[in-house]
Design a protein around this ligand. Structure first.
Ligand code: ZN
Length: 252
């Protein structure tokens, strides 16, 4: 081959690298970034006004959880699809113009799988995962797929203003579902204690059945040889609401 050919091949290789690298590095960054809307502290005091639309949330993740405007049920985001589980236990597709007052998403790309053995409660599952995580000081996206011996999940009903604090709604109005031998996916996060005013510290998981017709916020469960997919999130971003409800909430 003459010099012209070598030059031509070199130019092609450089062009390929230049075009692929930004896409690759953007995907790497996205899959290591957690993105949340508003704060748990605001939700706790009843800031249920929608802060952003689902269309605006979508570019930030294909996996996650949250709730909808007026605290209208539990939201689960899996494989880029958004579902709302209402108090009938049914998972409804969420439209792009729906709004969310609180949610957290990421682009889930499995970094590793933890294979746990034996039968365990939800609390034991948390302890087992904790033992295998390299640090409890970083956020993790968590995914469990499979058939679960039992899961206790809940949803909450749409609220009417003036809004009651989250704890009151949950203690007085939550609707609980006991699912037996149910297959599906648990979607969520394990966050460090230092984020506790910002989001749920520790584990927060929402469930979606494999036919994507039902689910809820996980309260308890029994697990048999669970496989836990984990993604470390090096970056945690917060988008704060631009509304008077948030501005005037007592978050001190
Ligand atoms: Zn939840």
């Amino acid at each position: 081959m003459n010099l012209k050919w070598y030059l031509w091949i070199a130019v092609c290789l450089i062009a390929l690298l230049v075009s692929v690298l930004p896409v690759y590095s953007q995907q790497f960054l996205q899959s290591h970034t957690g993105f949340q809307i508003s704060t748990l502290g605001a939700l706790n005091v009843g800031v249920y006004q929608g802060a952003t639309t689902i269309a605006e949330l979508k570019p930030h993740g294909d996996f996650g959880l949250g709730t909808l405007e007026k605290l209208d049920g539990e939201m689960v985001i899996l494989d880029g699809k958004f579902y709302q589980i209402k108090t009938d236990g049914v998972a409804y597709p969420v439209t792009d113009n729906s709004k969310t007052p609180f949610s957290a998403v990421t682009f889930f790309r499995r970094e590793r799988s933890l294979h746990l053995t034996g039968k365990m409660t939800y609390q034991e599952l948390e302890q087992q995962i904790d033992k295998q995580l390299p640090t409890s000081n970083l956020p993790y996206a968590i995914r469990l797929r499979g058939t679960f011996p039992s899961l206790k999940v809940r949803s909450v009903p749409k609220q009417i203003p003036p809004y009651s604090p989250l704890n009151d709604v949950v203690s007085q109005q939550e609707v609980v579902f006991d699912l037996q031998n149910v297959s599906g996916t648990l979607v969520g996060f394990r966050l460090p204690q230092y984020l506790k005013e910002v989001n749920v510290a520790g584990y927060h998981l929402h469930f979606l059945t494999s036919n994507r017709k039902a689910g809820g916020h996980l309260l308890d469960g029994a697990f048999l040889n669970p496989v836990v997919d984990v993604q470390t999130l090096q970056d945690w971003q917060i988008m704060l609401p631009n509304n008077t409800a948030f501005d005037q909430a007592s978050l001190e």
